[in-house]
Design a protein around this ligand. Structure first.
Ligand code: IVH
Length: 673
């Protein structure tokens, strides 16, 4: 390919990759399989290697490539990034509406209601559609330049995806970390003896303000865009219209935004999300209510520090006071001893809290929590409850300090805390608590939901399950040796175990419980490695070429696969018939479902709906959520919903799960459940 052709193809590939990244990370509706996506990236990487002068900082291949910075450079915001006035009650919102109308006159005012994301405010400058400057808020007038760090965020587009992007567009938004990723990060940090982040907001802010973009890339961050800053070459009449445009440009705007016609409806929105904030996978500390019309916004103007056209409604902090009844130590699957405070049950933010993890010995010391103390506990959304502070003035002198046990509370083996580490571990790898936790982790990751703690403990005590592979050698007879186990339940459990043999490789990799390899890392890994055997060959250097895999994770993976025990375990799994590779087509590269669209309705017996959808995509087809004339097949499981009726109405072909599987088999797909 000559340079001109290469240039054209590079441009095409970049647009294609950004488009599919947006489908996957922003819309959550991928159109192509991970492998096809990886192929596009590979093709681009090759062309860029051939023509290095065509590499630009906004190429999707360069998201993680930037070298560490020495310091952050200052950036002047084109328009100041102001803060918001706060409201704490519905009355405060009514007063805000009255103030707005005092200035505008008694006209109807529409409001846009949004969530108030609890993260770090950033500004993104796109020039002619290309991301050129990303900055923190700083003092509102001058922030810090963090463009290379923001480029590592998967849900952030490097090119605006709209046709004819304006010469200048500045988007404003908030970088956040989900509770799940925050907890994962803190667990990893606790295991490495690093200081923990107090909350997802600090974790997000700390991750974005890293001099080395590689570190930012390893943290899973997300971004929500909530407004427009400066813009040239395009004008909008309202905030809602601007949000719609930003969405069209491929920027991630929350789907929880709502346009309402009165302050009363805005109050409803605030109440609704105050109730439901716990359902969100990330933290929000309130809602933001904004006057929709830009003309009105202009007339309302600003005070010295905030706009008169917007207000933040702050949710009450979810905090309560309770007493520490005991501090008990739990042994995890890696042998780590975790002190957990047992609390007098107290209701926080709609749920009862009776335990709070204290992570490790140093955390207990740092917080100075003692048995008998009165403490403030906090629980925001789905986050694990946490002790925020100790009410030392309530101490009576009867409180007892906690000491990390010298012997494992489960097996009695010696415990060990290595110098420089924060974790104390039980030194016996056959410790029943560790084995049981490893098996439970495996079952959870492989969707064997029925094998919970009570059953696994019994199976282990009876000597029927000594390692994770043993579950595949259970028989009805063996199962019935357990207390309170009848044939119906036993058969159901054996069914779940059988079904788990065919789970995607990603789940198996997670299930193996390799240190530092959770669901997210397993997902990254299985984009490159498509069978367990390939993992045995992987080197640390090779693993580190995967964006998001750092040196310590790479080392942990290689060490895991080097163990003779791992090889023995994998062979045992292989013998039991557990799938150790991705589904394979007889002829690699054939896409038997290309051009076909599938909709699934009702409960399937052999897969979860997402798994069936992923399979369709892998095979080149499309899986969508709603039936249209374009749909090729509706696969009908048990208790189908309205999609079944819709299929009949539109005369779309319906098939059952067996027919679906038969169809795939006939197409030469192997390794089906
Ligand atoms: S609008 C001039 N909308 O809250 C108006 N801000 O106190 C600027 N925030 O630093 C802000 N979610 O980072 C707006 N939906 C949202 C928001 C939001 C979170 C943060 C923002 C700002 C702070 C304002």
């Amino acid at each position: 390919m000559d340079k001109k052709e290469a240039e054209k193809r590079i441009d095409e590939l970049r647009k294609l990759i950004e488009y599919h990244r947006w489908r996957y990370y922003v819309l959550d509706q991928p159109e192509i399989s991970d492998r096809e996506y990886d192929k596009l990236v590979l093709e681009l990487q090759k062309l860029e290697q051939e023509y290095p002068d065509l590499i630009t900082p906004n190429s999707p291949t360069q998201r993680v490539g930037a070298p560490p910075a020495k310091e952050f450079s200052p950036v002047q915001h084109l328009l100041p990034m102001l803060s918001l006035d706060n409201a704490f009650t519905p009355e405060d919102l009514l007063a805000f509406d009255r103030r707005v109308k005092r200035i505008l006159g008694e006209v109807p005012v529409e409001y846009v209601c949004e969530l108030k994301f609890d993260g770090l405010a950033v500004s993104l400058r796109y020039e002619n559609g290309l991301l050129t400057v990303g900055a923190t808020r700083g003092d509102g007038y001058e922030g810090e330049e963090i463009t290379n760090n923001l480029r590592t965020l998967k849900s952030l587009t490097l090119h605006l995806l709209c046709p004819d992007p304006p010469p200048l567009l500045e988007a404003r938004g908030e970088v956040i970390m989900t509770y799940a990723d925050f907890e994962r990060l803190n667990e990893e940090r606790a295991a490495r003896g690093e200081p923990l982040f107090a909350n997802p907001r600090n974790a997000a802010a700390g991750s974005v303000r890293q001099l080395d973009p590689k570190i930012t890339a390893e943290r899973k961050l997300d971004i929500f865009i909530y407004g427009l800053g400066a813009c040239e070459g395009r004008s909008f009449s309202s905030h809602w219209e601007a949000l719609e445009y930003l969405k069209k440009c491929g920027l991630k705007v929350s789907d929880k935004v709502r346009l309402v016609k009165s302050i009363e409806e805005a109050i409803e929105y605030c109440k609704e999300w105050q109730e439901k904030r716990g359902d969100l996978p990330f933290g929000v500390d309130g809602a933001v209510i904004k006057v929709n019309s830009f003309e009105y916004q202009e007339r309302l103007g600003f005070t010295t520090h905030s706009p008169r056209w917007a207000i933040a409604y702050k949710f009450p902090a979810a905090e309560e006071i309770t007493q520490v009844e005991d501090i008990k130590v739990y042994v995890g699957r890696t042998g780590a001893l975790t002190p957990v405070a047992h609390l007098t049950p107290v209701e926080v933010d709609g749920s009862t809290v009776s335990r709070a993890t204290l992570h490790n010995e140093d955390e207990v010391k740092r917080k100075d929590v003692r048995i008998g103390d009165w403490v403030v506990v906090h629980k925001a959304g789905a986050v694990i409850p946490e002790i925020i502070s100790v009410l030392k003035e309530r101490r009576t002198g009867k409180e007892r300090a906690f000491e990390m046990p010298r012997r494992c509370p489960v097996c009695g083996a010696e415990t060990l805390r290595l110098p420089g580490e924060a974790v104390t571990r039980c030194t016996n790898i056959s410790c029943p608590a560790q084995v049981v936790e490893r098996i439970l982790h495996f079952c959870r990751s492989m969707d064997v939901e029925g094998l919970g703690p009570a059953i696994v403990v019994q199976l282990h005590k009876l000597g029927l399950v000594k390692d994770v592979a043993d579950i595949y050698y259970l028989t009805l007879e063996k199962m019935l040796q357990m207390d309170r186990m009848g044939p119906t339940l036993a058969k159901k459990l054996l069914g779940q175990i059988e079904a788990s043999k065919n789970k995607p490789l990603k789940q198996l990799i997670t299930a193996l419980g390799i240190l530092q390899v959770g669901e997210h890392v397993a997902d990254l890994l299985t984009r490159k490695y498509h069978s367990i055997d390939e993992f045995f060959q992987a080197t640390e250097e090779e693993l580190q070429t995967i964006p998001g895999i750092g040196p310590s994770t790479a080392e942990s993976i290689v060490v895991f696969f080097r163990q003779p025990e791992t090889r023995a375990l994998i062979e045992k799994l292989r013998k039991a018939g557990v799938r150790l590779a991705e589904e394979k087509l007889k002829e690699e590269g054939v896409k038997p479902l290309a051009g076909k669209t599938f909709v699934f309705t009702g409960t399937l017996s052999r897969f979860k709906r997402e798994e069936a959808e992923e399979l369709v995509r892998k095979l080149g087809g499309e899986a969508t959520g709603s039936v249209s004339r374009r749909t090729s097949f509706v696969v009908v499981g048990e208790n189908p919903g309205s999609k079944f009726d819709k299929a009949r109405e539109l005369n779309v072909k319906t098939i059952n799960e067996e027919e679906f599987l038969k169809m795939l088999k006939e197409m030469g797909v192997e390794g089906l459940p």
